[in-house]
Design a protein around this ligand. Structure first.
Ligand SMILES: *[C@@H]1O[C@H](CO)[C@@H](O)[C@H](O)[C@H]1NC(C)=O
Ligand SMILES: *[C@@H]1O[C@H](CO)[C@@H](O)[C@H](O)[C@H]1NC(C)=O
Ligand SMILES: *[C@@H]1O[C@H](CO)[C@@H](O)[C@H](O)[C@H]1NC(C)=O
Length: 294
């Protein structure tokens, strides 16, 4: 899971990106909501009140627990800074203000995420920012299309698992109303590995996985979900893989398990030849890069 560190910081920064367009203009002609009914609008669902004061209420649904990369104190502070920036200030019309409401999704848990979203809905939020943990996000993103007049938009930098990347343009789509603002998903990481396999003409790999590691990135089962995504795309690309979940060790230590899982599958004569080829290729490649850079 080493490749996470690079993009986590970027991920935090992406929270500054505000995708609030389309919210303004309150009473657009709303014919049907996702339940096929005429939307029942509350007064506060409109951005502008009767006196002409216009305010977007944005709910931040994140854990207070600072174990998580995207937590209230970190993201909230970045958003405060962003809102004070002249670029953001000028992006909004002067008659429109934004109110941030913060909700603690305790330990990034799915049940707390749902109840926080319902609290936010009762407080008349027009848009949700977060949750960012995959399980918590899935629960809220499934109901966001039913909250408010014709659904409540949900913007997040999370949503790494491949299910979140599927199309979400209609009410029939599971995560309709979800907008992924993050730079990367597990699918991209899967294709990074597939590309590597391709370049070196490797045909099989051992996936060593500790399912509950890296919870600070995407909450519960981050690595498990990542493995699931990898498996999904490796299958698609006809690459052989053996999964090794390190929590089921069969009473053996790592050395013994490594012997068991690797066996001789990667060390036959073909394998050795391939490895030599690869090393030669790597050296060639390095020289090319050196040559080009001078
Ligand atoms: C924060 O979350 C981590 C990981 O879930 C947990 O181990 C820890 O106890 C939590 N801390 C607090 C103060 O709740
Ligand atoms: C934003 O600007 C206001 C007024 O200029 C100031 O009081 C506040 O401290 C600023 N907040 C941040 C996070 O810079
Ligand atoms: C693993 O177990 C084997 C056999 O019991 C033992 O010889 C070896 O030293 C152990 N390795 C480690 C790293 O503990």
């Amino acid at each position: 899971m080493w490749y996470f560190y690079g993009f986590v910081d970027k991920m935090k920064m992406k929270w500054c990106v505000l995708v609030l367009l389309g919210l303004v203009g309150g009473g657009v002609s709303l014919s049907e909501n996702c339940r096929g009914e005429k939307p029942r609008l509350r007064d506060c669902d409109n951005v502008c009140d009767k006196d002409g004061n216009c305010k977007i209420r944005a709910a931040l649904l994140l854990p207070k627990n600072t174990t998580y990369d995207a937590c209230l104190s970190v993201v909230g502070a970045v958003l405060d800074l962003a809102m004070n920036d002249s670029v953001i200030k000028n992006a909004f019309p002067p008659w429109l203000s934004v109110e941030w409401m913060k909700y603690d999704v305790t330990d990034c848990d799915a049940a707390y995420a749902v109840i926080s979203a319902i609290d936010a809905y009762n407080d008349c939020a027009h848009v949700f920012f977060g949750p960012s943990c995959d399980f918590a996000l899935a629960s809220v993103a499934r109901i966001a299309k039913f909250l408010g007049g014709t659904g409540t938009p949900l913007v997040t930098t999370g949503g790494f698992t491949f299910d979140f990347v599927k199309p979400k343009q209609t009410c029939q789509d599971e995560f309709y109303m979800l907008v992924r603002a993050g730079p990367l998903g597990f699918e991209d990481l899967a294709y990074f590995i597939i590309k590597l396999m391709d370049v070196f003409q490797w045909k099989q790999l051992l996936l060593i996985n500790e399912p509950e590691a890296q919870v600070h990135v995407a909450g519960k089962s981050t690595c498990h979900l990542m493995m699931k995504t990898f498996a999904n795309f490796l299958k698609k690309e006809d690459i052989l893989y053996t999964p090794w979940d390190t929590t089921s060790d069969a009473g053996l230590n790592y050395t013994e398990n490594l012997k068991f899982y690797l066996g001789y599958k990667y060390t036959n004569s073909d394998g050795v030849e391939q490895r030599c080829c690869t090393i030669l290729k790597l050296i060639e490649l390095t020289w090319e890069i050196v040559a080009v850079s001078y």
